[in-house]
Design a protein around this ligand. Sequence first.
Ligand SMILES: Cc1cc2nc3c(=O)[nH]c(=O)nc-3n(C[C@H](O)[C@H](O)[C@H](O)COP(=O)(O)OP(=O)(O)OC[C@H]3O[C@@H](n4cnc5c(N)ncnc54)[C@H](O)[C@@H]3O)c2cc1C
Length: 469
Amino acid sequence: MDVDVAVLGGGPGGYTAAIRAAQLGAKVACIEKEPELGGTCLRVGCIPTKAWVQTAYALKEAEEHFAKFGVQVGEATLDFAASNEWKAGVSKQMTGGVATLFKANGVEWVKGVGTFTDANTIAVDGGESVVFKSAIVASGSYPLRPPIDGLDSPRCVDSTGLLGQEQVPGRLVVLGGGIIGCEFASIFRRFGSEVTVVEMLDTLIPQEDADAAKELAKQFERRGISLHLGKQCTKVDDDGSQLTVHFGEGETVQADLMLVSVGRGPLVEGIGLEAAGVEFDRRTGVATDEHRRTSVPHIYAVGDCAGYWQLAHTAFREGEVAAENATGHEAVVDARAVPRPIYTDPEIAAVGLTEEQAREQYGDDVAVGRFPWIANARAVMQDETVGWVKSIHETRYGELLGLVMVGPHVTDLVEAGVIAIDAESTVETVADGIAPHPTLSEAIKEAGLVALGRPIHIARRKPRAQTTA
Ligand SMILES: Cc1cc2nc3c(=O)[nH]c(=O)nc-3n(C[C@H](O)[C@H](O)[C@H](O)COP(=O)(O)OP(=O)(O)OC[C@H]3O[C@@H](n4cnc5c(N)ncnc54)[C@H](O)[C@@H]3O)c2cc1C
């Protein structure tokens, strides 16, 4: 089969690239080995986990809020089978949606395992080879497994294994306090598991703003999630009925299941990149420029196989950019305002610089304002007052540098900060704008007002050297 653009992988990076290239008039084939399109995100990542987050959220509403709000429904219990059915249905709807979009845009889905055999050909397992003018590599990533004795037990699962469980484990150990580990810890605590997180660094979600990570740790502990930070897991014993997880200096915890979530590596081996002449590194993936071009100018790479973000939404944008460049247009990825949503309870969402990064780059010319949800009417009526919104700007021109939020629905609210930072807005643009009342979104404006030293809905404090609230 001869095409203008061949895309290897049908996840967020690959399917977006395929659709965009077809929109621009190219003949496109997308090679995907799984029975559904959508990749990790739609099949075993973002979508099924957030379907479980929704179940966890509904349980919380029923357990903690309904009676308070005057709604009597009796005792809330988890029907895990029904929750799994819901999760599978959501995932199926989304993956089916991508197949429909392929048809609507005239993208050919080539089913099978693809391997580059030279710089213009992808051989497809059991099918016709795809000969291309340009190619976009979007092969994704795989879960890493550290070399710890005993981790090969079937009770030590990765995120896909945990998503496939049919029973809620009584005791769950989460190895790795990054985003995926924290999201599952949060879900399973709500589902009734005893949850223990073992993390070798001193903090949860180490790449995020330190205040946000601290707040999450505080709330996790309040929720009864046991945290062991700064501790290495050294060994796992499986006696046939349960696990004993060894960590730190001789500490142990018993568990029925262990989630191994210590990170994901780029899937770059075994797909023939050497034959195509594309340079790559096993740890960091395929190197590209801002056009997503690899060392071979007509071959592009996007998403988890070629970047450090490992987010579906960065893969989407990279896919668009690669497709536009592959079809003779000019586009670049601007990564200044990448939102960083974390679907724990409480949720975290941030964009732009963390406070630490802002102070590192701008020294004393940084102002920070924190507005607590307890002072926001909508959060109070939702009984969701844990956390705050932090606004970070530089004081020479007032440019907004970052927004960090912990609390209700912040993963949806963060887009306001994405637009503001992308548009190089000043803090005044945000703080002096008119936010709808009563909404959660008012807290973003109010955090800006705090940073400017003129809050309305919390008492004004004398600015401190480091932070104003
Ligand atoms: C549990 C979990 C939760 C997550 N939650 C979120 C979230 O909430 N938000 C977010 O932004 N990100 C989330 N992510 C990350 C997100 O899923 C990835 O960043 C995203 O899927 C990357 O897209 P991609 O297209 O690069 O790769 P993938 O989605 O991995 O797609 C790659 C595709 O290529 C196919 N493929 C690979 N090799 C070949 C081959 N040789 N031949 C044919 N096909 C091949 C694979 O089968 C796969 O379908 C989550 C990840 C996990 C694991």
